[in-house]
Design a binder for this molecule. Sequence first.
Ligand SMILES: NC(=O)c1ccc[n+]([C@@H]2O[C@H](COP(=O)([O-])OP(=O)(O)OC[C@H]3O[C@@H](n4cnc5c(N)ncnc54)[C@H](O)[C@@H]3O)[C@@H](O)[C@H]2O)c1
Length: 352
Amino acid sequence: MTDKLRVGVIGCGEISGLTTWGYRADERTSIYAIADPNTERAEQRAAEWKAEKVYTDYRKLLDDKAVDIAMIITPHDLHKQMVVDALDAGKHVSVQKPMARNAEECKAMVQAAKRAKGKFQVFECYPFYPPIAKAKELIDANEIGDVSMIRLRTTSGSLQCGWELTSTSWEWKFNQERVGGGTMFDDMHHKYALALFFGGPIEKVSAFIENPGMFLDTPATVMWRHKEGQRYGILDATYSPDLIIDTKYYPVEERVEITGSKGIIWVTRLTGGLMKIAPLIMYRDGETHSFSNIPAEWEDGFIRCAQHFIDCILADKQPYLSAEQGLQVVQFGRAVYKSAEEGVAVQPDSIV
Ligand SMILES: NC(=O)c1ccc[n+]([C@@H]2O[C@H](COP(=O)([O-])OP(=O)(O)OC[C@H]3O[C@@H](n4cnc5c(N)ncnc54)[C@H](O)[C@@H]3O)[C@@H](O)[C@H]2O)c1
């Protein structure tokens, strides 16, 4: 292949290294341009990623005809306008999760994706994490029978462990208005996306949240019923400030347990890995199967999510998450807050 797809990265902060990794590692793409008002950081990244152009204004990057793919990795309050502008400029567009802060913004983006020539993806890496993808494959192959319960757990640990966070780019994450909520909106996006990935659309959701909207709005519990089958889900989120988590990434420990009519699947690690056991385990017919040899680095989900988008562009296929699927995840997150605030069960579909 001679002509590589040229990627323009809008926002080159904390997570841009992992988010662009798949593009940098793939011979079908190259990082061509970067736009970020933090010019020092942008110049640094450009040198590291061998990008030819650096812009301070993202609209200049979108005016650049050489850019094929716009990869948007910015604070959430900027997602809607950037995505709409990028799609209207004729680019293929991938935006880091969450699609936006609320359903109204997402719906404007759904419309932009419908009229666009380019492909659109909400970059949600969790379904692409190999033990999660393998769990879905086993479920689809009926290995554990009909799924009746999806259990998702998250424990945030001491900020003394994991990678060093760059304080300059972090201020907006404490601003509820810019984020759209606290961790029960932001980090839980990954878990809501997994609930939809494994169990399909949600009928109704009920939640308890301590201090909703604060940065770490935990402890929290969420329960939901899926529309299809007799299928339920439970999520719990906690913060253990003195818990040292074994991780190269954020100090977060996650576990997944899926119960079917004839078996159970566990994903035992994602961002962090406290249990020194296989990343994926399945029990059925009196036997425990440990999948010890599948890739299980958290970064693998990012790499595969980017490669999936490239595959979809080249094969003219619909990427995952689509605009409509991105909207569903955000509606789930908004329904969780509404339920916690009003003390009632909420239908995510009713969130406008
Ligand atoms: N696991 C994951 O998939 C994961 C993890 C962390 C963050 N994220 C998501 O990635 C996105 C970015 O998060 P982050 O942690 O990298 O944030 P960050 O604050 O570290 O980086 C954001 C970057 O955007 C830049 N920026 C701000 N305004 C801009 C503008 N007008 N034009 C261009 N660039 C602009 C900032 O200068 C900064 O470099 C968010 O959507 C976040 O939710 C995803």
